[in-house]
Design a protein. Structure first.
Length: 494
């Protein structure tokens, strides 16, 4: 009887390094790594030792025989990953750090940001005994998206924040909170103060959707809702007004949309004792929301959400999940392989979104409708939104519209920016200028490096790649030498 990896998997691969028989895949050196929504345990080779379950930072690994009913499908999902794959129980030749970490000169690194990517970078840097780190954050509380991005009911995932917090009190770490780098202190000054700077600034703006009515009151970014329920200091308690709201339409069907839909339809009593903000809990207790429509412009085969997040919605009690879309949508869902995220919707009822009666017809208190093939062309309303118009002629009456079409980084004067990606220009984590020449001493991790894709654990391997580059550079040019060279270049405007 093997173990299985379940819904919470954060992909940070902590489990891989402790497995004695290499039964967890994909490993970071396999092409699938970073492209699957979770890691999977091969039941053919698992020896049932449980080491992975002990190492998992988010409690996502369980003995198959102990899977609760709503997670039982994960035994099948893990086994399914290996259906056409050979048994790989051998470990690849181990890779050792490129530099001799015990003989490195003392160096200090500024990490701008305190979210997951910043913490994984710090974790990798602190393995070098001569490293010193100073974290900068514009907020007065550290944690970034681990604190203000992960939904409060994802208690397992939020637990990783506790692990990150140990980084902030490490004896070789200094915290500078309430300092907005680029505003309170320039990038050039930071580079003068520290040997190296690692930017972990995330993606703090939204992709734009330029359709008529998008800026009407009652239409806003899902980021506002997320900040509202996690208690982000920038989001006031009255930023979301659910008074009289019966139907919410969310544009986009990534995991941010699913988080928003799940919280808006949750039984508020299930959120008591979580990290939800008190104002959001009070508003949800008084909420009249009966339906959330998640509108995707493409079909079910292109769903942006992960299977595990969708699975968690369909197995929840008290909320119906339905689908809607052009003819053939249901059949497309039925034909999807198990690994496809929307295959979790195979038992969902089909409803007609043109029917604007928002009281769910399925006998439950609340309903979530996954709308497919709904490209938005306008938001209607006078003083406030009253509906969303789609290219196929559908108009979905809506009292609140949330835009969940993805995030982008914000250009900061003095830092090269890749406009297409919405991220800082870099090669493998080394920041490069517009001519692809390296900017000495500056590095980037996380969403600011690769664009706004991937969950918390995806940052581990990504941050380690950047730190590996930084350590290689230290070996090539010791810190004092580098700082002298870097200063010359920065002063000459690069
Ligand atoms: P996302 O996964 O990139 O999804 C964006 C959605 O917006 C897609 O459905 C996309 O549709 C749609 N979209 C983009 N441009 C559009 C347009 N012009 N008109 C209509 N629809 C448009 O973004 P996200 O939900 O913000 O998530 C960002 C990352 O954070 C993801 O990697 C996500 O998995 C991760 N995350 C994970 C969790 C979790 O694990 N629980 C929670 C939150 C976020 P197309 O596919 O057609 O482009």
């Amino acid at each position: 009887m093997a173990f299985a990896i379940t819904q919470n998997c954060c992909n940070d691969a902590s489990c891989l390094s402790v497995c004695p028989v290499n039964c967890i895949h994909p490993t970071p050196d396999e092409p699938d790594f970073g492209h699957t929504e979770s890691l999977y345990i091969d039941p053919r080779t698992c020896i049932d030792c449980g080491a992975c379950a002990d190492a998992c930072p988010v409690d996502a690994i369980t003995r198959v025989s102990r899977l609760p009913a709503d997670q039982a499908i994960y035994a099948e999902i893990n086994a399914d990953y290996y259906r056409d794959r050979p048994v790989v129980a051998e470990w690849a030749t181990p890779k050792f750090p490129p530099a001799a970490i015990n003989t490195m000169p003392r160096f200090d690194v500024a990490i701008v940001g305190t979210g997951p990517a910043a913490c994984y970078a710090a974790q990798a840097l602190l393995r070098v005994p001569s490293s010193r780190i100073t974290f900068y954050d514009r907020l007065r509380v550290p944690g970034g998206l681990a604190r203000f991005g992960v939904a409060p009911d994802h208690t397992g995932t939020r637990r990783i924040g506790e692990h990150f917090r140990s980084m902030f009190t490490h004896p070789r770490v200094t915290m500078k909170l309430g300092v907005d780098v680029g505003v309170d202190v320039s990038h050039a000054t930071l580079s003068e103060r520290h040997d190296y700077v690692v930017y972990a600034v995330g993606a703090d703006t939204d992709r734009r959707l330029d359709i008529p009515g998008i800026d009407l009151p009652g239409s806003m970014s899902a980021r506002t809702l997320v900040g509202w329920y996690t208690g982000h200091p920038d989001v006031p308690a009255d930023a979301i007004d659910l008074t009289g709201v019966r139907r919410v339409t969310i544009i986009g069907n990534g995991n941010v949309a699913l988080d928003a839909a799940r919280i808006l339809t949750a039984d508020p009593e299930d959120l008591v004792g979580t990290d939800i903000s008190p104002h959001a809990l009070a508003a949800l207790r008084a909420s009249t929301v009966s339906e959330v429509v998640i509108a995707a412009r493409r079909g079910p085969e292109h769903a942006a959400f992960t299977r595990s997040e969708c699975q968690a919605l369909v197995t929840r009690r008290g909320v119906e999940v339905a689908v809607s879309g052009p003819e053939g949508t249901k059949q497309s869902i039925e034909e999807l392989p198990m690994s496809a995220p929307a295959s979790a919707l195979q038992n969902a009822a089909v409803v007609d979104l043109n029917d604007n009666d928002v009281v769910p017809a399925l006998g439950s208190a609340r309903r979530i409708v996954f709308g497919f093939g709904r490209a938005p062309i306008g938001v209607s309303g006078g003083q406030r939104v009253d509906g969303v118009e789609f290219e196929d002629g559908t108009v979905v009456a809506s009292d609140l519209v949330l835009l969940a079409i993805g995030y982008r980084g914000r250009p900061s004067p003095g830092l090269p920016f890749d406009t297409a990606k919405g991220a800082i220009r870099n090669v493998g984590g080394r920041i490069v200028d517009d001519n692809d020449a390296r900017v000495p001493g500056r590095y980037v991790v996380g969403w600011a490096k690769r664009g706004a894709t991937g969950g918390i654990g995806d940052n581990k391997v990504d941050s380690e790649e950047t730190v590996e580059a930084l350590l290689e550079d230290i070996a090539d040019a010791p810190p004092s030498e580098r700082r002298r060279l870097g200063r010359v270049k920065l002063r000459s405007g690069r």
